[in-house]
Design a protein around this ligand. Structure first.
Ligand code: BG6
Length: 524
């Protein structure tokens, strides 16, 4: 039995008004490379349009789409319209605010071109010149690389060599020039370093926004507020009180149409190097001295540097991998990974992994962090669960049967919120215990999420707040953490793949893996 205890409402009735951002974008032109691609259509265009609907774009905002496909400005507007209309995040698919669209559409235009050819950049330069000529002042320029990673370095070099993007400093006439680089940032430490070199040759670090969309999620940002704006959690947030931490990112989707990328990437490059390690950094970092980009990023990077490195011979103690076979999800039969389109019938690509990390510093010595992520799992859920130690002495007779550990669970998605589990006495004669839960739900307190992760992050780019973006040194530090795992796995073929059925919680060996530390996986 679970007893639910409601947190008293501390937010006012008009709480949704509180969810409006405190800032509005600067005057700028956003140039999206890869404007006919999946990311632009599914995430970026809907996000920009929603910022327009909420009045968060500057009066002097413009959007230029760039892609190889021939398209007129009107055809591009139609593409953006359909993307915004069909997105269901955050407003329901099929709906569009016509008045906001009438204000948005004239701000859009399109440049067709091959990103490997210099005349494309000359054409972009002319278009930007035309847009800015009508404004009588030079505005910010934001270049968004929503393109295949193989094109990142070349595009950055072209941006450097053409006049469209310049290194901006205090003496520059232009207020700012920024470039947004999507994940994956490299495929290992060596390639990430090479990409960082290309980026730094063209831009100063403060101009570079390496995006990780998990950092734009509301609850992920709330983790910092939860830890550092309250005084009751920090004193127990350490090795003296915490038994272990579990970070789960479970997906119900399979590889979808992305086998070309995923076959090479696998789950560790796709989810751990970026999203899961970022969640771990926010959970484990020391309090930053200020809520400012470098102060926060310094502390996160220190966590990555403190993660213990392990050798290939020890890999068995620190990692398990899996690949989904056929199964059933929400009543529907789905194929195994090896039966997915464009996947090799004998593929060894892992679609599930659990890694055990130790952080060698005073706060965390000896506390295992279990990170787990997989595709085609029973439920879509991302959460951070901090499990506390057992009381040192138990005086209740039936504690063996009923003890449940204290857990603070931060639900990142869906159903964003925070819960605290603890034991209580069952009413009646004699002492019997059961688990109770205090639950705070974002949805109940504030209604639906006001802004998607991409809206938050695009707005941050337009105001120059890099707090939620990954700095170059941190990206490299994260590759240093995961590279040994990937290399050890590459050297030893997995046995028994596929080893979990679609619709389950992952391979059975995972239970034994976590049990060695006296822990059990949560099934959130
Ligand atoms: C992406 C990965 O970065 O994150 C995908 O490439 C994954 O494979 C996705 O599905 C998960 O994001 P979200 O926001 O749906 O949890």
């Amino acid at each position: 039995m679970t007893v639910s205890v409601e947190v008293p409402a501390t937010v006012p009735d008009d709480a949704s008004a509180l969810a409006q951002p405190l800032k509005r974008g600067d005057a700028c032109t956003v140039v999206i490379f890869g404007a006919a691609g999946d990311l632009a259509k599914r995430k970026l265009f809907p996000a920009l349009f929603h910022l327009q609907c909420d009045g968060l774009l500057h009066g002097d905002f413009a959007l230029v789409g760039v892609a190889r496909e021939p398209m007129t400005d009107d055809a591009f507007r139609q593409l953006v319209y359909e993307s915004a209309r069909d997105a269901d995040d955050p407003s329901p698919a099929g709906e569009i605010d016509d008045e906001a669209w009438a204000r948005f559409a004239p701000r859009l235009s399109y440049v067709q071109g091959d990103l490997t050819a210099s005349d494309t950049y000359a054409a972009i330069g002319r278009r930007l010149g035309d847009i800015e000529a009508a404004r009588e002042h030079s505005d910010g320029r934001l270049f968004y690389l929503a393109i295949p990673p193989s094109l990142y370095a070349g595009t950055i070099t072209h941006l450097e060599q053409s006049d469209v993007a310049e290194r901006v400093n205090r003496r520059s006439a232009r207020p700012w020039v920024r470039v947004v680089v999507e994940k994956p940032f490299g495929r290992d430490l060596g390639s990430a370093k090479a990409l960082n070199r290309a980026v730094r040759k063209a831009f100063a670090e403060h101009q570079v926004y390496r995006i990780d969309h998990y950092l734009g999620k509301e609850t992920v940002q709330n983790l910092m507020v939860f830890r550092f704006a309250n005084s009751i959690f920090e004193p127990v947030w350490n090795r003296h009180h915490i038994h272990h931490v579990q970070i789960t990112a479970a997906e119900t989707v399979g590889v979808e149409h992305r086998a070309g990328y995923y076959e090479d990437a696998g789950v560790v490059r796709d989810m751990f190097q970026n999203h899961l390690l970022q969640l771990m950094c926010l959970t484990a970092m020391e309090p930053p001295v200020a809520f400012q980009a470098d102060a926060v990023r310094d502390e996160k990077t220190k966590v990555l540097r403190a993660i213990r490195r392990f050798s290939a011979a020890e890999m068995h103690d620190y990692s398990v991998r899996g690949q989904y076979g056929p199964g059933v999800i929400k009543g529907t039969a789905v194929p195994g990974y090896r039966q997915e389109p464009d996947v090799a019938p004998d593929s060894d690509t892992p679609t599930w992994a659990a890694l055990r990390f130790l952080v060698d510093n005073w706060r965390w010595e000896g506390v295992p962090f279990f990170l787990r992520s997989g595709k085609r799992m029973e439920r879509r859920v991302t959460e951070i669960a901090v499990q506390f130690r057992e009381p040192p002495h138990l005086m209740f007779q039936d504690h063996d049967k009923t003890m449940t550990p204290n857990v603070i669970a931060i639900r990142v998605q869906p159903d964003e919120g925070i819960s605290l589990s603890f034991d209580i006495k069952v009413p009646g004669v004699g002492v019997r215990m059961t688990a109770a839960k205090m639950d705070f739900s974002y949805g109940e307190a504030f209604g639906a999420a006001a802004h998607s992760a991409y809206e938050t992050l695009l707005l941050d780019c337009m105001v120059g707040d890099a707090t939620l973006f990954t700095r170059g040194d941190a990206v490299e530090a994260a590759w240093e953490v995961v590279d040994p795992v990937i290399e050890a796995w590459d050297d030893k073929d997995p046995e028994h793949f596929p080893n979990y059925a679609a619709g389950s919680w992952g391979p059975a060996i995972a239970d034994e893996f976590i049990a060695r530390d006296g822990a059990r996986w949560r099934q959130p």
